[in-house]
Design a protein around this ligand. Sequence first.
Ligand code: ADP
Ligand code: MG
Ligand code: ZN
Length: 619
Amino acid sequence: MDFKPKRPGHSPEKRPLYVYYLIALAVIVVLNMFVLPALRERSIQKTDYTTFLESVEDGKVKRAEIQEDSILYELTKDDETVFCKTNRVDDPLLVEKLYKAGTKMEAVKATNNSLLISIIGGYLVPIAIFLFLGRWLSKKMMESMGGGGPGGMMSFGKSNAKVYVKSSTGIKFTDVAGEDEAKELLTEIVDFLHNPKKYTEIGAKMPKGALLVGPPGTGKTLLAKAVAGEAEVPFFSISGSEFVEMFVGMGAAKVRDLFKQANEKAPCIVFIDEIDTIGKKRDGSGFSGNDEREQTLNQLLTEMDGFDASKGVVILAATNRPDSLDPALLRPGRFDRRIPVELPDQKGREEILRVHAKNIKISETVQFETIARAAVGASGADLANIVNEAALRAVRDGRKFATQADFEESIDVVIAGYQKKNRVLSTKEKLIVAYHEIGHALVAAKQTESAPVHKITIIPRTSGALGYTMQVEDKEHFLMTKEELENKIATFTGGRAAEELIFHSITTGASNDIEQATKIARAMISRYGMSDEFDMVAMEHMQNQYLGGDSSLSCSSETQTILDQKVVELVKTQHEKAKAILEENIIKLHELAKYLYEHETITGEEFMDILNKPSNIEE
Ligand code: ADP
Ligand code: MG
Ligand code: ZN
């Protein structure tokens, strides 16, 4: 069995161009420096200056070549020409003497070579090499542009699609945790490739293409590789960006080539990763900047229409920007099956952690459930990262296995960046941060329907956060009530509220809180219909839902003004509420802030203990 990815067709090994130039250069240098001088040196007789002058006076020297510190000359001796060499002496009359004797003179500087040799070595050879290389290159280009020509030299227009044979990826569905729906849909495709008869007998047709859509890092590429590992058929994998080429028309040629190969190898799977790079909506405007991309897309559409699905060529593609795809791609008969690959839920996160933890040594006491719960919103890639960070941390501390604490710290790392041990806050700053964070936590704890506090820390992070309060939901939420959202806003404003209450001044520490609170408030009014004024009218539309989501306004500017007012009102009300809560619990605020100031990191349990035990400080 061949484990290496095979390259389709025959293409010669591609040596970069500069290698040829280097070889040519080396040849020239060697010739010039060693071979030619050595050849000449051998037939040259050494004489002294006096002998040389005598020969000149006798009129025997036909030609002399005056160099910086020596003189080469041709001597006629017994009707034969002999080459001689002598050291040059400071002789101001030399030229005159030579002239009188009728010797041909030449002055040569610094080099030992005669004119002929330097012309050949220095000019003709390189020019010949360049001409040869140039012709050879242009021939190669012509061939690939024409898209044809008998094999051999053409490697320019070939797609770089790699064929994966069964065991080469080695990834199976069991390596992909969670994502059960996606796996189920893909299993059907694998099954079809194995027993096409079962389907064709009833008359069922397989979809030609399936599109994996979902946020980054959720395992789309991984799923496609798993399909390759499960279906025992050739697997062509290419990324959308590989179609984008320097020369116009090249991308389209690659698409053509890819499908030609796929047809030859059917049944097989073609996987186009990040298809949005070529599949973007074509803008109707006449002067689109990227003709090349458009041509590539058109070629892809044509090819997808052109082949017969019953032959067993299945096309998979992945993207995290489905809304930017050209509608023509999503039409029935092309990528008509959409496979959502969403962020994992609690159970999915737990499974993913387990899959990745198999590769590292962990202590028996590690509770994946707790870790998964603390990692709300993490993607599969984040979770893989968390596991790796935990292992790294264990190594750093010189342990043989990773512990629960390693995992918890690595969640912090992935969420908030590394602890920045050497950043020193002044005492005053540290105190402010402590009150700020307790402000968040206390407001959260005193509201019903609010997620419990999991951890509070005032150790600065590399991300710039000076501290943070982590809340973790008891159970997965799919719906949020208006009250819950309002409470969230109140919790975000709690940090600033504490600063105001205790220090009577405010700091820049709340910038992220402000952003978050505004985002929620805005969404409540413009998208969730949670205000009396606008009822169930949408003011905003989401774009790029998988990539953080920008939203675009769709209302008149008057409405927008009212909308902005409502957002401010909403946040203000919650801010007031937070302040009231803190005022009511000011003793606890002092107590907790003092405790946090001393300990720097406290757990949810410690927090609740202090909150619930009777106070011992007087006001
Ligand atoms: P995408 O293509 O959706 O952006 P990838 O497939 O490249 O994401 O996932 C990146 C990495 O994250 C994978 O190599 C894998 O280690 C991990 N990963 C993501 N999702 C999962 C999952 N469901 N199960 C196991 N590992 C996962
Ligand atoms: Mg990917
Ligand atoms: Zn804050």
